[in-house]
Design a binder for this molecule. Sequence first.
Ligand code: AMP
Ligand code: MG
Length: 328
Amino acid sequence: MMILGIEGTAHTLGVGIVDDSGSVLANIIKSYPAEEGIHPREAANHHAANVVDCISEALSTAGLEHGEIGVVAFSQGPGLGPCLRTVATAARALSLRLKIPLVGVNHCIAHLEIGRLRTDAKDPILLYVSGGNTQVIAYTRGKYRVFGETLDIGLGNMLDKFGRAHGIPFPAGPVIEKKALNGGTLLELPYSVKGMDVSFSGMLTAALKLDEPLEDICFSIQETSFSMLAEVTERALAHTRKNEVLLGGGVVRNNRLREMIDIMASERGASAYVPEGEFCVDNGAMIAWTGFLMHEAGMSLPVKGSHIRQNYRTDDVKILWRKVTKDF
Ligand code: AMP
Ligand code: MG
């Protein structure tokens, strides 16, 4: 069976096609250029203008006709309302036209499932760090539970806001990473870990006030924020007694973050995994694959009940496609 998945929670529109063995036949990614930050309605217009072409491109890349698709999945949330509504409409239209089941997928869970598909991680702690999200997620007793998360903005968002103030275009993360390589003085910034949660807006305010070389500020932002993430990820490993860390989200393209997580994992005898870049960022293949798992578990939706869920919580989803464990 072939499954087509449409991603559109924020600035990225993605259409992916996978088969039921987990082969990815197409993964078309088209991002709205968010230089001035993401304007939800404009991003939604971008998705509306491109979704039909992206679907056609995915089908031709996979060498398939519309009629060969057996299930259509879409990112149901969390995300920006106008963007979610646009891709949900496209998915509903395909479902009705082709008379195929419709599956609504939780975006954060899709990052975890595509990582399990594309790497050797089997039962990992997911450190998911993107523009809008920062969460530490793991499977326990029938659900993907959030062990820690940002209390305010996502780390990527903090990097992009800092970058914008210094004339660095979106996405600022890669430029900050390069500048940090030439920095070396660790400047004091708020290290905000509250239990298992983190927060970044205080660090942003403090970093914007610093009158120091930009390279040193970039270096200090990275060292401080990535240490915070390593700390809560390590605690989640210890608490759940798991021994795998999986990275997901655009920020995990950062080599220093990967290095710090690798060191933390190896010091405690755990393994760290990162999927290929196209599967770290928002993409349609992760929606298609998670949609397939959900469909097999009987979790498709009637079109009438397929409303979007802007604040869709990771732990709202019953994970019927995994064996319930009796661990933590
Ligand atoms: P996503 O929201 O998953 O599409 O990821 C986009 C976010 O990842 C943006 O906030 C980028 O600034 C950030 N990002 C991309 N590459 C890097 C990098 N090398 N280092 C840090 N952040 C990055
Ligand atoms: Mg994402």
